[in-house]
Design a protein around this ligand. Structure first.
Ligand SMILES: [Ca+2]
Length: 359
């Protein structure tokens, strides 16, 4: 494997340069500064020969479940690196960007043996609950249905927050006005209870909508202070990292990237789409870690105690191809997965893979 590289990307995270926000501005050349790799920081492959892995969720025993987007299979990654198919989720209709996407493990898994999946069917995107007893997979029980589906912009990340509610990242599925329509589940971050009911303290009574105005969100992570961060794919100009506030409107399709317009929450980080196309997100070791698809790198963004962000650093640019998912493990590691078999990549031998980094 190649050297670890850091790219200082200050010029790419433009906060104040109004001229850089013009529609369709081309990707800017990166200014790369090589920095010596800290000892022991080289990623190691922990799983290989996967087919478009998407959701990755850790079980309490340190093993993990992996969702394969196109086949609908869920694999169990053992400590020795073997992956066993524990079942296929019935009803998965994979086309384009859709299929079996996010996975989450119940915070009460030790007693309820329940996992959650986000999948595309012939009719919608939905969240289902499934029993997994350590060996085989039960039948899916729908807990949230009717999320708009399409061949693009299907969102798909699901994650439990520190308060035990399940957050669901969706996309507008190619129909832009949905993102601003509070009655549509598309283009939103949703918040539900583990049984699918609506938490009483959501911004709008009876609605699962937690934030709106999103184009396509595939990354959710909470920092140690409980702040929720989300990645979002831009169209042609700006990809985003957003700090999510309940009831916040993040602008799409009225604005993309920083606008300063009243009524819209500006992103806290923005990149040109060639530098990022950010999918998965995790928080580990005082930083956000972002898996970039088109950008083919891992971004590390330091988070200050007050929520301020440091300068994003570009890691492993071009070394592993397209990156989809990032997971923070309880023992301090960062896992990240490739997505080179998703129809837009250039698979290497052993792809797709999951790699482990110890920051
Ligand atoms: Ca936005």
């Amino acid at each position: 494997m190649g050297r670890r590289r850091f790219s200082v990307a200050a010029l790419l995270v433009v906060v104040t340069c109004a001229a850089c926000q013009s529609e369709g501005s081309p990707a800017q050349p990166s200014t790369t500064t090589a920095v010596a790799a800290p000892a022991g920081s080289e990623p190691t492959v922990i799983a290989a020969d996967l087919d478009v892995p998407w959701g990755i969720a850790l079980l309490p025993d340190g093993t993990a479940l992996i969702a394969e987007r196109d086949s609908g299979a869920i694999r169990h990654l053992q400590a020795n690196g073997d992956t066993t198919v524990i079942g296929e989720v019935p009803g998965v209709a994979a086309r384009g960007e859709s299929g079996l996407l996010g996975l989450a493990v119940s915070p009460a898994y030790a007693t309820d043996q329940t996992i959650y999946g986000y999948l595309t069917t012939d009719d919608d995107n939905r969240v289902v609950a499934l029993r997994f007893d350590g060996r085989s997979l039960g039948e899916p029980a729908p807990i949230l249905t009717g999320i708009p589906a399409g061949s693009i912009h299907d969102g798909g990340r699901i994650a439990f927050g520190p308060d035990g509610t399940l957050h669901v990242a969706t996309g507008e599925a190619g129909d832009r006005p949905r993102a601003q329509d509070p009655s549509s589940l598309g283009g939103k971050i949703l918040r539900i209870n583990p049984d699918g009911s609506i938490p009483a303290d959501n911004p709008t009574q009876g609605s699962p909508v937690w934030s709106l105005g999103h184009r396509n969100v595939q990354g959710l992570a909470w920092d140690d202070d409980g702040r929720l961060w989300a990645t979002e794919f831009g169209a042609n100009t700006w990809d985003e990292v957003n700090l999510i506030e309940p009831g916040g409107n993040y602008g799409w399709p009225e604005v993309e990237g920083r606008s300063g317009e009243a009524g819209f929450v500006d992103p806290v980080v923005q990149w040109s789409t060639g530098e990022a196309s950010p999918s998965g997100l995790a928080f580990q070791d005082g930083a956000l870690w972002v898996a970039a698809l088109r950008g083919e790198r891992l971004w590390r963004i330091p988070v200050g105690g007050d929520g301020s962000l440091g300068e994003p650093q570009s890691l492993f640019e071009g070394e592993y191809g397209r990156l989809r998912t990032v997971v923070a493990t309880p023992d301090g590691a960062v896992w990240f997965s490739t997505s080179n078999r998703d129809g837009r990549g250039d698979p290497a031998e052993g792809d797709d893979r999951i790699l482990m980094l110890r920051p």
